[in-house]
Design a protein around this ligand. Structure first.
Ligand code: HEM
Length: 127
């Protein structure tokens, strides 16, 4: 069956839920969420829905700065290139499993751009 594109909030929720299912049990980066951040997953998910919805659907609920949490995280456990590579690999894999189209492509491009910028900022903070 042909896949559909990301067009509504429900699509974002499915994408983010499916991504976190992979991330939380991942051998390379899972521990950063579960052991370093000790993430309250049910509280975190709506924030991620809002973030991706603002990036991909142009909604305005997300008003925070995503870098802040990562700087705090980076103090506890330096976030390195291999972590970002794995994060992006899982994100691309999840997008491609579920969706296709211009916005699906955009989800991958935007994640790469933000991920590159984030890594640069984390390295700068650590040096
Ligand atoms: C090494 C790669 C990454 C790791 C290990 C990571 C891990 C985390 C963790 C543990 C949190 C929750 C922090 C907390 O609430 O205490 C978080 C929040 C978040 N992450 Fe990441 N992240 C990574 C890369 C990215 C990338 C590339 C993006 C965007 C494309 C992103 C977007 C976000 C957003 C929007 C939040 C919510 C921030 C807020 O509370 O407003 N992350 N991340």
């Amino acid at each position: 069956m042909p896949k559909k594109d990301i067009t509504q909030k429900e699509d974002i929720q499915l994408l983010v839920d499916s991504f976190y299912e992979k991330v939380l049990k991942d051998e390379t980066i899972g521990y950063i969420f579960t052991e370093v951040a000790k993430l309250d997953v049910p509280a975190h998910m709506p924030i991620m829905y809002d973030f991706w919805s603002s990036v991909l659907l142009g909604t305005t609920e997300y008003k925070r700065n995503p870098m802040d949490k990562h700087f705090a995280l980076n103090e506890k456990e330096p976030l390195q290139k291999e972590h970002f590579d794995r994060w992006l690999e899982l994100w691309f894999e999840t997008v491609d499993e579920l969706f296709e189209g211009a916005t699906a492509k955009e989800a991958k491009t935007r994640a790469s751009t933000i991920g590159r910028l984030m890594l640069f900022k984390m390295e700068e903070a650590g040096s």
